[in-house]
Design a protein around this ligand. Structure first.
Ligand SMILES: C[S@@+](CC[C@H](N)C(=O)[O-])C[C@H]1O[C@@H](n2cnc3c(N)ncnc32)[C@H](O)[C@@H]1O
Length: 207
């Protein structure tokens, strides 16, 4: 299966970081399936469904420290670190093979704004509380809150990538929303008119 041609939106979203994004896409296309990072059907939609779907979130990040819980192949963590060199990233991933991949990519792509922590999020011991936390395809909002909210500083923000069920996931999380003092919850739809598939984000403040 061949790699999807780079969509025109890639240049728009990555600007002068496009060369680094292309290098990451090429590495993922070459090794992703063999290393168990992406499924066999993902190559023809690597840019549109995965890389750009993550890059569209970049403008929501603020200068500071952002944690990405369950980075896996580097989605969205590495993609956001490429798009936002002004932001520091901590990628939190428990699986050894995936951590090895993430560290290799950080070195090869020359990303000096990324550190990788091998841990389950609920056991991670970070140097400092985070300003924002991202996650994609890790679990439903209700189960994601105990993994992500405790990592944030007071007033920190969740930026969680979700599917079309995002509003229902928020509805189902009443107990956890109260427990973790989550407020100002909004479901954003990003990428309309830019991406072939829109991205949904649950954005919320904590404490
Ligand atoms: C389905 S993959 C998604 C990976 C990537 N975020 C993506 O969108 O392609 C879920 C990832 O979450 C990680 N994970 C599972 N439980 C976790 C936990 N408690 N803390 C941190 N990461 C976790 C897994 O090891 C895996 O890499």
């Amino acid at each position: 299966m061949t790699l999807e041609l780079e969509p025109p939106a890639a240049l728009e979203l990555f600007g002068d970081r496009i060369g680094v994004a292309r290098a990451f896409a090429a590495n993922l296309a070459e090794q992703g399936e063999e290393r168990g990072l992406i499924g066999p059907l993902e190559l023809p939609r690597l840019w549109s469904r995965h890389i750009l779907n993550c890059a569209i979130v970049a403008p929501l990040l603020r200068p500071g420290v952002v944690g990405d819980v369950g980075s896996g192949a580097g989605l969205p963590g590495l993609v956001l670190a490429i798009a936002r060199p002004d932001v520091s990233f901590v990628l939190i991933e428990p699986m050894e093979r995936r951590v090895a991949w993430l560290n290799e990519q950080v070195a090869e792509l020359g990303l000096d704004n990324v550190s990788v922590v091998r841990a389950r999020a609920e056991e991670a011991r970070l140097e400092e509380p985070l300003d924002q936390v991202t996650a994609r395809a890790v679990s439903a909002f209700r189960k994601l809150l105990p993994l992500t909210a405790p990592l944030l500083r007071d007033g920190g923000e969740l930026v969680l990538m979700k599917g079309a069920a995002a509003p229902a996931e928020v509805e189902a999380a009443g107990k956890e929303i109260r427990k973790y003092k989550v407020h100002d919850i909004e479901v954003l739809t990003l990428g309309e008119g830019v991406l072939s598939e829109v991205t949904r984000v649950i954005r919320a403040s904590v404490r």
